[in-house]
Design a protein around this ligand. Structure first.
Ligand code: GTP
Ligand code: MG
Length: 555
């Protein structure tokens, strides 16, 4: 326990050393007027990590006076930002202007004294507020204003979409409703920072970074929190011993594989999270997976967390997806829409299995956008050619180099509407020669399949791997059948002409909303051609089944 309690030491060590960082707004942070064009993901992450290091997470009675709460906390220093949210009770995220305020606040907190239970005295920045004051009975106090951290239900979304005037607006509204908020993004970085304090018990200089949909621009509220423990930030890796004279090296345990090191590290960190991590429950160590990980739920934030180590290629994939999403606003909207559509129809799932993953699906969308005429986004080979010396990145022999300066990327002027893109996406994959060809975003062209697999999508960096190796024929067939159905539904004028005809908009879903209704083809086994008859009948019965269920459509 003594060894674990390094948090205060670490916090003290970093007091006063932090650079002043611009305050970012918007889910991914705004441009803050410092630099032209969007920020690179690493710049954004540095800002968010800085905010997280100066933040605490406090469980509060729901009828606390906000004013008194802030006055109480500001005794320790100025507050940059705060907000409340609900998850197994009400919590406050409070970011101070300086890190020493956090140290001061922690010094004023007590270890709870409870009967019949014993404490593991591991101190963290997760705290509880209590109010012993006899003044103003809590019942008279208004509830703290909470910012939502969850999404609206699918039937509410369908109603909302049906009130929009165009498919383009519908795709914008869907993205708006489901994307991560500024607060949710802050909370994700704070959870990483809290976890870093646990891992710092063993590796004081480590960093824990989020990757995947928490930061790639395509995450929706409620998505899991993928984290990786970065030990490359530890000093000493690149020390070159002097050519002559004395020098020192650390004595360290040696093992015969990188994978074994990763497994050992995750094993002890997993134990530590399980036994000492406040709010971390249901810890599972999944160390024999291709990418070893520790999975757990972080109750105070409500996030399902996957902690990995030595996963730098995944971080590069995240950066690449982020870059593509920032290049043209249509990219994020199309990705959000297709990912939502896929989830609604059970093409993707939160359970691992033979389904297409969100990552594979996103690569398929990027490939489709590279194939437009003119292309909407460049190929990965083009992005590599534009890279400067600072962008060079080779991870365990794999070349992950691509340009990070957005201003070097010239886009072609493609004026396709989102409605066209959505319809053409479904048509493209309804007729794609999956049996012969592989999807390749490095070249922006389909290639002959190098190996037998129902769906072959070349891993953008580890090019000998197939990112959709897990997908079986029946899942691919369902995807193709749903693409055929959705392409056809979008081509039908009838759904569109019904919009605005009055009455309850649940009676008149149109455009994108009709694509989210339960499908009639989702259960088919083979690749059958969709029959073009009985559209009104089908839509009517789909509506009926939706009205009867207050739940997501079944697979
Ligand atoms: P969600 O479904 O919203 O969690 O999307 P996600 O993009 O976060 O996907 P997931 O949690 O499955 O994976 C996290 C990240 O790991 C992805 O964004 C990719 O960067 C990477 N990743 C996932 N699957 C693969 C894969 O099969 N191959 C490679 N190279 N990277 C992957
Ligand atoms: Mg994820």
């Amino acid at each position: 326990v003594k060894c674990l309690n390094t948090i205060e030491t670490i916090l003290r060590r970093s007091v006063g050393t932090e650079p002043v960082v611009a305050h970012t707004e918007g889910a991914q942070g705004d441009d803050s007027g410092e630099k032209d064009g969007p920020k690179s993901l690493s710049e954004l992450m540095a800002d968010r990590q800085e905010q997280a290091e100066k933040s605490v997470l406090i469980s509060c009675p729901s009828r606390t006076s906000e004013k008194k709460f802030l006055k109480f906390l500001s005794k320790h220093g100025d507050i940059n930002k705060h907000f409340f949210y609900e998850s197994y009770g009400v919590y406050a995220v409070v970011e101070f202007a300086r890190r020493d305020s956090v140290v001061s606040l922690l010094e004023s907190a007590a270890i709870p004294n409870v009967n019949h239970e014993c404490m593991v005295p591991f101190k963290s920045r997760l705290l509880s507020l209590s109010n012993q004051s006899s003044a103003a009975s809590p019942a008279q106090q208004p509830r703290l204003p909470c910012r939502p951290q969850t999404t609206i239900a699918i039937n509410e979304l369908i109603q909302r979409l049906s009130r929009e005037d165009s498919v383009d607006d519908q795709m914008g509204a869907l993205t708006e409703a489901y994307q991560l908020t500024e607060e949710n993004s802050r909370l994700r970085f704070l959870v990483c920072s809290l976890l870093k304090d646990v891992a710092a018990a063993y590796f004081p200089e480590c960093t824990i970074r989020p990757f995947g949909s928490s930061v790639n621009g395509f995450g929706k509220l409620g998505c899991d929190l993928d984290m990786f423990l970065d030990l490359d930030t530890i000093s000493g890796w690149n020390f070159k011993p002097p050519k002559s004279g004395l020098s020192l090296e650390y004595q360290m345990k040696r093992t015969n594989s990188e994978r074994h090191v990763t497994q050992s590290i995750l094993s002890v960190i997993g134990e530590c999270v399980d036994h000492f991590g406040p709010g971390c429950v249901g810890v599972q160590k999944i160390l024999n997976a291709r990418c070893p990980l520790v999975r757990f739920a972080h109750q105070p934030s409500g996030f399902q967390c996957d902690l990995t180590a030595n996963n730098r290629v995944a971080m590069k994939s995240t950066e690449l997806l982020y870059l593509y999403g920032e290049l043209d606003p249509r990219v994020r909207r199309l990705v959000f829409t297709v990912r939502f559509w896929a989830r609604a129809h059970g093409v993707t799932s939160s359970i691992p299995g033979a389904w297409i993953t969100n990552f594979s699906l996103t690569v398929m969308i990027l490939f489709f956008l590279q194939k437009r005429s003119p292309p909407i986004i460049p190929t990965l080979d083009r992005l590599r050619d534009l890279a400067g010396p600072a962008d060079e990145s080779v991870i365990e022999g794999t070349d992950c180099t691509f340009v990070s300066d957005f201003s070097k990327i010239q886009l072609q002027s493609n004026t396709d509407t989102l409605e066209q893109l959505l319809g053409d996406f479904f048509e493209f994959y309804a007729t794609f020669p999956f049996s012969r060809m592989s999807i390749n975003i490095r070249k922006g062209r389909e290639q002959n399949k190098p190996e037998v697999a129902p769906l072959h999508i070349q891993n953008p960096f580890e090019t000998s791997l197939n990112v959709s190796k897990n997908v079986n024929t029946s899942q691919l067939d369902r995807f193709v059948a749903l693409c055929q159905e959705s392409a056809w539904l979008l081509q039908q004028g009838e759904a569109r002409t019904q919009r605005g005809s009055g009455g309850n908009c649940m009676d008149n879903p149109w455009g994108l909303a009709t694509l989210l209704l339960p499908s009639k083809v989702a259960g088919i086994k083979g690749r059958k051609k969709y029959k073009k008859e009985g559209a009104s009948e089908r839509i009517k019965s789909l509506l009926e089944s939706l009205k009867n269920k207050n739940e997501e459509p079944k697979r």
